[in-house]
Design a protein around this ligand. Structure first.
Ligand code: IPE
Ligand code: IPE
Ligand code: MG
Length: 256
């Protein structure tokens, strides 16, 4: 089936509201071709741009999150970290107009203030420039760690409690959620991880409670819209029970 037919078929089914992606394998992609790791990051960035454009034009996905830089990624060699930061700055700075043109709203989760100053500035500018856009919400996890996010929410809640504005009984899942970086953003319905790794690597530890996982061995710089459609097709065949019992099972127990 060609891409257009496949797309039409997917468009007729249930589309996840929030898709999150761990775009892994840039380094291995480059290594396999005898290239430097940064070539993998460059190609990976191009793939991300293509996918953002494809989704914003063709699919009613409302939120798309990319795990772009984790709190653990600072442990990489300085040169690689610097390259990733400048790539991000260029992506948002020089090509940020594309986001505006496609009505995309940009948001960031993670400790943006602790990014290098110039990168942090471009991130904040892009958030402001696109704040009124009503199309796809593109969320980048930048200097993001799931455990750090939970600790930072807890700190805010403790300070409310210390000020006498919150008691233990008042603490609910909703209140906790509203203090996470993802406040106001629904949990991902689908998580895609490339490069075959079967782990969450400190990503959205709270939010992934009932997310469907889709893992592919494909390395991120080789991930194209057709592979997204493959993931969505698989998602559409899943039975999300959220701890309950699926309808088919209920019927057979009743003898219907
Ligand atoms: C993912 O690719 C990109 C980032 C973490 C920024 P990697 O750089 O982790 O590539 P591999 O996993 O080493 O192949
Ligand atoms: C996860 O990939 C983080 C990002 C894609 C930004 P990593 O390559 O950093 O994760 P590990 O080391 O394989 O767990
Ligand atoms: Mg990796």
């Amino acid at each position: 089936m060609n891409l257009e037919d496949r797309l039409e078929e997917i468009q007729r089914g249930v589309i996840p509201e929030h898709v999150a992606i761990i775009p892994d394998g840039n380094g291995r992609w480059a290594h396999n071709r005898g290239l430097e790791r940064k070539e993998g990051h460059k190609r990976g960035t191009e793939r991300a741009e293509d996918l953002i454009e494809f989704i914003s034009k063709e699919l009613p996905i409302k939120y798309l999150t990319f795990y772009t830089f984790s709190t653990e990624n600072w442990s990489r060699p300085d040169e690689e970290v610097e390259f990733l930061m400048s790539l991000l700055k260029d992506l948002l700075g020089e090509r940020g107009m594309k986001l505006l043109k496609n009505n995309i709203r940009f948001r960031a989760i993670g400790k943006v203030d602790e990014l290098p100053e110039r990168t942090a500035r471009v991130v904040k500018e892009t958030i402001n420039h696109t704040a009124d856009n009503k199309g796809l919400e593109l969320i980048m996890a930048l200097n993001y760690g799931g455990r750090q996010e939970i600790i930072s929410a807890t700190r805010k809640l403790i300070s409310l409690a210390e000020d006498g504005e919150l008691s233990g009984e008042e603490l609910s899942e909703e209140l906790f959620q509203s203090h996470l970086f993802t406040s106001g953003i629904p949990d991902p319905d689908l998580l895609i991880r490339t490069s075959g790794e079967r782990r969450v690597s400190n990503f959205m530890l709270w939010q992934l409670a009932y997310t469907e996982f889709w893992i592919t061995n494909r390395l991120w710089p080789g991930f194209k819209p057709e592979h997204l459609l493959e993931a969505l097709g698989d998602f559409q065949r899943r039975d999300r029970r959220f701890g309950g019992v699926d309808k088919g099972n209920l019927l057979s127990e009743n003898g219907n």
